[in-house]
Structure formats: structure tokens, C-alpha cells
Design a protein around this ligand. Structure first.
Ligand SMILES: Cc1ncc(COP(=O)(O)O)c(C=O)c1O
Length: 426
């Protein structure tokens, strides 16, 4: 097929192109499809990789931890040493600075914000006693982070993000001058949805911040720490080691989980923070819960009792999902690149492709896809208050659908992108 740049076509030619595409679109619509590329969920094949964790179990592991405690009983609020070691290997943070939680890291983030709001951090004034609390939100970003802020009435400020990471000049200006700026959301590795990993100089600049508010926190959501898609891994600088150089260790709280390593909702999660922050968190946490699910902690630590096993497991995940990313990216390359009407990320890991359409087209693409049976993440979701100022970004989640479904969904998506673009140009 010979592609002509839309910008070089006359109105008549564009209309002709539109009618041809519309016919193709209608034929897909008549198939009454129901395809979903909206949420970054593991597919069944991925979930099956962890099923053996529930098989071949030696019950002796569940009656005594390596340190001699009985994990079936109350106690060990901060987690078993085995589970802390598991996360210590992933995050490269000592076990003393780790708390292991239940199935969701998001709930740990929620709880930490709730703690800051109601009780303050390390003796600071609770945020609900303040006139205004602001968070910096590098965007496009993770919708559920933004939803927590909305719920707690925290004012969100958009921060630009590029291939290197968030705009540290913008961040520095706001954090160091405004004491109502209390936090920043960062997904520093294989970011949701841009797929970028923060460059060393960005991590260092963040560690060097001198916030006006002493209870300012960097929410370091390292959800995709080991979720590589290729052998050439991105490398992320250890922010705690950087903080040590500038004596800012209390400024960072890191989160992660095995939601996309083993079972979403039924994995284990972790907070990593300075010893002072860990103590502060445990103090409040101990009023809410006596201990987390230690049986699950032991299941996980036993299943991944060597680094090699974990690495192999993550390679098996990549083997399943990499072809799905490739399929979509190849489709975009073939169908959209020659037209120069959009750009998109080519991530080395994580769960998403971030797609940027011509300004003003994202909502329309979403609608067209929806009408033809393809569900995308709601347009705007990747921005605070669900408002994408350019109406351009669409988060694509290729992991859950089958390859067959993705072939059809990506074809429909490309047609919808072309239709919406022509509508905009006409
Ligand atoms: C950046 C990020 N953080 C956290 C989560 C949720 O993690 P969990 O299942 O551990 O709550 C997700 C899930 O998509 C995510 O993308």
C-alpha cells in the first residue's frame, strides 16, 4: 500500500480516504466484538506460571520461620525475614528498612496518605489540619494515584515528563518554594504508562531536593522493578543510596508488590523506607492490623528461594507478553508511522504502551473504538482529574487479551486513529 501524508491531501481526497476507512470500520463493527485493551492485567497464561506455588508445598515451612517463629499465629507485623529478604533482593534495600504487606501495594500507598492526613508524618501537622495540600503528578501517569489524591482532596499539579523522567526544574521550583507541596508520585521504572525509566541524573536531582515542607514525600512506586520485556534491562539508580549522600533518606517511601509477578490481589507487597519512617509507619499500622498474611509470605519466599528462580519466572512472563507488545508496535509501525499522525512508546518493560494521537483526537478514538467493541482506557485517565490538556494520550494495555484478539483490536484501533484524525483535519 502507498501511504500519502494526510497533511498533503486535499479536502476531497481526505473525504475519499475517510469513506474507504469507514467501510472497513463498519465491517468490523458488524462482527459485534467485545475486546478489552483497557487495564494492565496479567493474562491467564501468566497467572498459570505461579500455580505451582500452591502445589508441592512442604507444610514444615509453615510451622516455623527460619528465625523460629510460628507464622500461623499473630505477630511479626513487619513481615517474616524470608519475605523481607525476597523484597530486599528486588529493591536493593536492607531488610531492616522493609515492611511486607498483603496483596496490594496501592493499599499501602493509600494507608500512608491516610496516615499523613489524619496523624501527620514523624510528628508533623496532620494534613487535614492544613489549608491546602498539593501533590506533584508527573503525567501521563497512573490513574489510581490520581484517584487517591482526589479522594483526599489533595490538589494535583501536572508535571511534564519526557524520555529522561519528570521535569526536575519544575519540581524543584515547586517543592523548594511551596510548603503546601507534600508529595510527588513517581513510577520510576517502566513507568505507567510511558514505559520510561528515570535516568540517573533525574534520580539524583530528586534525592537532592530541599523541600519547604519537612513532611514532603516522594512516593517511589516501583511496581515494575523487575518486569523486563527484553534481555537489555533498563537500570534504575537506587534512590535511597542517593538520599544517603544528601541526608534526605526520610523524604522517600518506596512501594512494590508481586501483583504482576504471581497473583494480582493475592500476592505480597512491600514498603521500603528509612528506619525512622518504618518505625513511624509501624506505630500507626499496629493500631489497624496485628499482622499480615504470613502464610502467603512464606509461600512466596519458598517459591522464589533463589534469585535465579525469580529471574527465570520473569523471563517466562516476558516470553508470554513480549509478542503482544511486538504485535501492536509492528501494527503501528506499518499502519500509522508512514502517515506521521501519532507517536508512541516502545517500552523495555512494564505493562503499557503510551500512545499520543493528534491533539484533540483521543476522546474521539476512544468513542469510535467503543462503538466497534474495543474498550480502551478512558481518555484523560492518565492525567489528574481525568483531564488530558491536549486530549491526545491513550494508554494501551496489551497483556490481557489473546494474540488473536489483539490482532483484530489493533487493526480496529488503527482505523479509528485514522478516522478521528481525518475528522479533525476536515
Ligand atoms: C504503577 C502502579 N502501581 C501500583 C499498581 C497496583 O499495584 P497493586 O496490585 O500491588 O496494588 C499498579 C497496577 O497497575 C501500577 O501500575
Amino acid at each position: 500500500m502507498i501511504y500519502k501524508l494526510y497533511e498533503n491531501l486535499s479536502k476531497e481526497q481526505l473525504k475519499g480516504e475517510y469513506l474507504t476507512l469507514k467501510k472497513e470500520y463498519e465491517s468490523f463493527k458488524n462482527l459485534n466484538l467485545k475486546l478489552d485493551m483497557s487495564r494492565g492485567k496479567p493474562c491467564e497464561e501468566q497467572l498459570n506460571l505461579s500455580l505451582n506455588m500452591l502445589k508441592d508445598i512442604d507444610i514444615n515451612h509453615f510451622t516455623k520461620t527460619k528465625q523460629g517463629q510460628d507464622p500461623r499465629n499473630y505477630g511479626l507485623l513487619s513481615g517474616t525475614l524470608e519475605a523481607k529478604q525476597f523484597f530486599s533482593n528486588i529493591l536493593n534495600v536492607p531488610t531492616e528498612k522493609i515492611i511486607v504487606g498483603d496483596g496490594s501495594s496501592l493499599s499501602l500507598m493509600f494507608d500512608y496518605i491516610s496516615m499523613a492526613t489524619n496523624f501527620g508524618l514523624l510528628g508533623s501537622t496532620p494534613w487535614n489540619k492544613l489549608e491546602e495540600v498539593k501533590f506533584l503528578c508527573p503525567c501521563p501517569g497512573y490513574d489510581r494515584h490520581f484517584a487517591i489524591c482526589e479522594l483526599f482532596n489533595i490538589k494535583m499539579i501536572n508535571i511534564n515528563i519526557n524520555q529522561n523522567g519528570p521535569d526536575v526544574n519544575q519540581i524543584k521550583e515547586l517543592v523548594e518554594k511551596d510548603h503546601s507541596v507534600k508529595g510527588i508520585w513517581c513510577v520510576p521504572k517502566y513507568s505507567n504508562p510511558t514505559g520510561i525509566t528515570y535516568k540517573n541524573e533525574i534520580v539524583t536531582a530528586l534525592a537532592k531536593l530541599k523541600p519547604a515542607a519537612k513532611d514532603f514525600r516522594i512516593f517511589w512506586d516501583n511496581a515494575y522493578a523487575i518486569h523486563h520485556l527484553s534481555q537489555q534491562h533498563d537500570e534504575l539508580l537506587n534512590i535511597f543510596e542517593e538520599c544517603e549522600k544528601y541526608n534526605t533518606q526520610n523524604m522517600v517511601v518506596e512501594f512494590t508488590s508481586t501483583a504482576k509477578i504471581t497473583f494480582a490481589g493475592s500476592g505480597i507487597s512491600a514498603i521500603a523506607a528509612s528506619e525512622e519512617n518504618i518505625k513511624d509507619i509501624l506505630n500507626i499500622m499496629s493500631k489497624r492490623i496485628i499482622c499480615f498474611n504470613k502464610i502467603n509470605q512464606i509461600l512466596h519466599a519458598t517459591f522464589f528461594n533463589t534469585t535465579e528462580k525469580l529471574e527465570k519466572h520473569m523471563q517466562n512472563h516476558a516470553k508470554i507478553i513480549k509478542p503482544k507488545f511486538d504485535l501492536i508496535l509492528n501494527k503501528f509501525e506499518k499502519e500509522l508511522k508512514p502517515l506521521k499522525i501519532a507517536n508512541w512508546s516502545r517500552p523495555n518493560g512494564g505493562y503499557f504502551i503510551s500512545f499520543n494521537a493528534l491533539n484533540g483526537c483521543a476522546k474521539r478514538i476512544y468513542e469510535l473504538c467503543k462503538e466497534s467493541g474495543v474498550t480502551l482506557t478512558s481518555p484523560g485517565a492518565t492525567y489528574p482529574y481525568s483531564k488530558d490538556p491536549k486530549d491526545s494520550n491513550i494508554r494501551i494495555a496489551p497483556t490481557y487479551p489473546s494474540i488473536e484478539d489483539l490482532k483484530i483490536a489493533s487493526s480496529i484501533f488503527c482505523i479509528c486513529v485514522k478516522l478521528a484524525t481525518i475528522e479533525k483535519l476536515l
